[in-house]
Write a protein that binds this ligand. Structure first.
Ligand SMILES: Nc1ncnc2c1ncn2[C@@H]1O[C@H](COP(=O)(O)OP(=O)(O)O)[C@@H](O)[C@H]1O
Ligand SMILES: [Mg+2]
Length: 483
């Protein structure tokens, strides 16, 4: 039953075509190779990891610089205070100079000694310079707020000036920049090497896919000699192995197809030649004998004397015998061209008749048929195949095996037609040839998706045939077992 097809136009909007003509879901990487995609994914993960690492480094460094400069500030502050306190015996003039000189080279802080009017004692420190100066953006990211503490310099109750202590985190930032740069360079070099290695390795791993594609193209062009080398990767090795099996199977099928085609072409010719030969050999002498008898009757009738009744009766009997012979040959010939009754009478009846004919022609051999439970027919092709196989197997049993008993059996079981022909002859010789008879049977059966097997069983040979019962039989209305 066919389902009704809904032909009403749908109201769902159709996806609009993108201006580039590749549909709305166009992705630039949709045309990338697998290799490029995998490398891109690794590159993306790398970039993400680098970004996260940078974030972590900056956060940690910012904290570390703040703690470090604060600690330095506290230490230097108490150091300056102690120095001032212990210097009350020194001359006030030289004290400021001494203080300025003493605290010139400190890390993380700068100490400026100022006179009461605000002028700096000594030269102001040159702006910070270092070997590996961190770039501005890096310093801005890490720089903590600058802190400044001012201490009055009081000696013997007299204020001589002030000491201004300012945090100076740049040396610490420079140091971190040095570490960060070295780390980044190393990581970058390792990653670049890793990506190159990955690219090369992917090339090697994915090369079999390219070869698989080429092989499939070869198959597509009917070149079934295509075979793939087994690649190292297990999954690809399985694919290559399957490919080779498929190619082999295709090549075998093509071989069989070619053989079948050739046989098809020659079979018709063979059949005509055999028919011609039989007509010549069988009918020729018979017709000649009939003609001779007719001539003899004419001679007897046209003679001067009264025709001899005995002679006429003898000629008539001879003619009758020759006609009988012609009829037998005629029946066999017709039966070979088209098995008698096949398609009209039930298959089991045709097979019974076939074996009966064998029995008449070979009186020294008993032919037994068991064809109970068969449908009336299984379609022209299946019926003819079963008939030809029983005919050929029985002929072989008599001709090659010298059998005294041939048993043929056919039944339907599990959706299959099972046919066996067993004989008690000499059996198949170990190195027998495969003639047209055996190959013909096999090809007929295999063309119907069936199986054909020839074995020795006990004293004689056995042929086993299985043919799937076609879903639509030749005669569906008459499945009753034949009588
Ligand atoms: N039932 C059998 N008993 C003994 N030998 C057999 C039998 N069937 C086939 N053979 C062997 O198989 C060979 C090939 O048989 P077949 O293909 O039918 O060719 P042919 O046209 O000679 O009959 C025979 O020559 C014979 O040696
Ligand atoms: Mg044969």
């Amino acid at each position: 039953m066919r389902l009704p097809v809904d032909t009403t136009p749908t109201l769902l909007p159709k996806p609009a075509a993108a201006p580039n003509g590749r549909g709305a879901g166009f992705r630039p990487w949709s045309e990338w190779s697998t290799r490029a995609r995998l490398v891109a994914v690794v590159l993306f993960i790398d970039a993400l990891a680098a970004l996260i690492s940078c974030g972590v480094i900056v956060l940690n460094a910012r904290n570390a610089v703040r703690v470090e400069t604060r600690a330095s500030l506290a230490t230097v502050e108490s150091l300056v205070a102690d120095t001032i306190r212990l210097s009350d015996t020194a001359s006030p003039d030289t004290l400021l100079q001494t203080l300025d000189l003493r605290f010139k080279v400190l890390r993380h802080v700068r100490v400026a000694v100022l006179e009461p009017d605000g002028d700096q004692v000594g030269k102001p420190m040159p702006p910070h310079k270092s070997e590996r100066e961190a770039p501005r953006w890096f310093a801005d990211l890490i720089m903590p707020p600058i802190e400044r503490h001012t201490l009055p310099i009081v000696v013997n109750g007299q204020t001589l000036g002030t000491a201004q202590i300012t945090t100076q985190p740049m040396d610490e930032i420079d140091e971190i920049w040095g570490y960060a740069r070295a780390l980044s360079m190393t990581t970058l070099a390792i990653n670049a090497a890793m990506l190159i290695a990955l690219y090369l390795a992917l090339g090697r791993i994915l090369a079999p896919l390219q070869r698989l594609g080429d092989g499939l193209t070869q198959l597509e062009h009917h070149d079934y000699t295509a075979r793939l080398d087994t690649p190292g990767a297990r999954e690809l090795a399985v694919i290559a192995e399957r490919f080779n099996k498929v190619a082999e199977a295709l090549s075998e099928v093509r071989g069989a197809n070619g053989r079948l085609n050739r046989q098809l072409l020659t079979a018709q010719d063979d059949e005509r030649r055999r028919t011609a030969l039989e007509l010549h050999d069988e009918f020729g002498p018979c017709l000649f004998a009939l003609e001779a008898n007719a001539a003899s009757i004419a001679r007897i009738a046209s003679g001067p004397a009264e025709p001899s009744r005995e002679k006429l009766a003898a000629r008539a009997a001879e003619i009758s015998a020759i006609v009988g012979q012609v009829q037998t040959v005629n029946r066999e010939l017709l039966n070979r061209l088209r098995p008698h009754g096949l398609g009209q009478a039930p298959l089991a009846t045709c097979l019974d008749l076939l074996l009966r004919g064998f029995g008449q022609r070979h009186p020294g051999t008993t032919f037994v048929g068991k064809f109970d439970g068969l449908a009336r027919g299984y379609g022209d092709l299946v019926d003819l195949t079963v008939f030809r196989c029983v005919q050929e197997s029985a002929t072989n049993a008599v001709r090659h095996g010298g059998a005294t008993r041939v048993e043929a059996e056919a039944m339907e079981a599990d959706g299959n037609l099972r046919v066996t022909i067993r004989d008690d002859g000499s059996g198949i010789p170990p190195e027998h040839r495969t003639g047209l008879g055996l190959s013909g049977m096999r090809e007929r059966v295999e063309a119907l998706d069936g199986t054909f097997a020839l074995d020795n069983d006990g004293p004689g040979a056995i042929v086993r045939i299985t043919i799937p019962v076609p879903p639509e039989r030749g005669d569906e209305n008459n499945n009753a077992p034949s009588a």
